[in-house]
Design a protein around this ligand. Structure first.
Ligand SMILES: Nc1nc2c(ncn2[C@@H]2O[C@H](COP(=O)(O)OP(=O)(O)OP(=O)(O)O)[C@@H](O)[C@H]2O)c(=O)[nH]1
Length: 187
């Protein structure tokens, strides 16, 4: 990268209920493999370089614990990150409902009206066990003015797209079009 186009550092937190596939998505993205067994996460941080629209980003990804659903978000997750990946499983209605609680907590911690986030419906390969429709995910994303995508960490479907979408949303928040200035302010 040239001095005029330096690498940008961005911090991302991955949040969601227990066993929705947060670690599997991050490991698939950063290490290119799928972990079939389930090991509850305490907290792990991964780093990956992403190229997006001619810029290079060093992205620090915090994979958080989904075990205790009511302390799922600590202030250090909310205060220092540029954007959030909010994960539910398409096969779990309760994990979808939990996203509303998590987002409220993010807004409380940040004091913002809007924060860069992407809603991820993981385990799309489990369509036969589906409890949340694609349309419900899209309606929530429209309500929150953020992108959404269905993924399969298992089959590596749409996993990299999560991070492209989030980087795009973070960049838009940093450099909003004139008519959207002040709609979303992040440091
Ligand atoms: N079928 C299917 N299984 C998945 C997928 N992603 C994850 N899993 C499985 O779901 C289980 C939980 O995955 P994890 O990635 O550990 O979930 P987590 O959200 O990090 O869980 P916590 O650490 O408790 O927060 C594991 O058995 C994974 O193999 C997916 O896309 N499809």
């Amino acid at each position: 990268m040239s001095a005029s186009n330096p690498t940008k550092a961005r911090r991302i937190a991955v949040l969601g209920s227990t066993a929705v596939g947060k670690s599997s998505l991050v490991i698939q993205f950063c290490e290119n493999h799928f972990v079939d067994s389930y090991y509850p996460t305490i907290e792990n941080t991964f780093t990956k370089t992403i190229k997006y629209r001619g810029n290079e980003y060093t992205v620090e990804i915090m994979d958080t614990a989904g075990q205790d659903e009511y302390s799922i978000l600590s202030s250090h997750h909310a205060s220092s990150v540029h954007g959030f990946v909010l994960v539910y499983s398409i096969a779990s209605r309760s994990s979808f409902d939990m996203l509303k609680i998590i987002r409220d907590k993010i807004l409380d911690f940040t004091g913002l009206e809007n924060v860069p986030c992407v809603i991820v419906g993981n385990k799309s390969d489990l369509n036969i066990q589906r409890q949340v429709s694609l349309e419900e995910g899209q309606a929530l994303a429209q309500q929150w003015n953020c992108p959404t995508i269905e993924t399969s960490a298992k089959h590596n479907e749409n996993v990299a797209k999560i991070f492209d979408l989030l980087i795009a949303t973070i960049e838009k928040a940093h450099n909003p079009p004139p008519e959207e200035k002040n709609a979303c302010v992040i440091s």
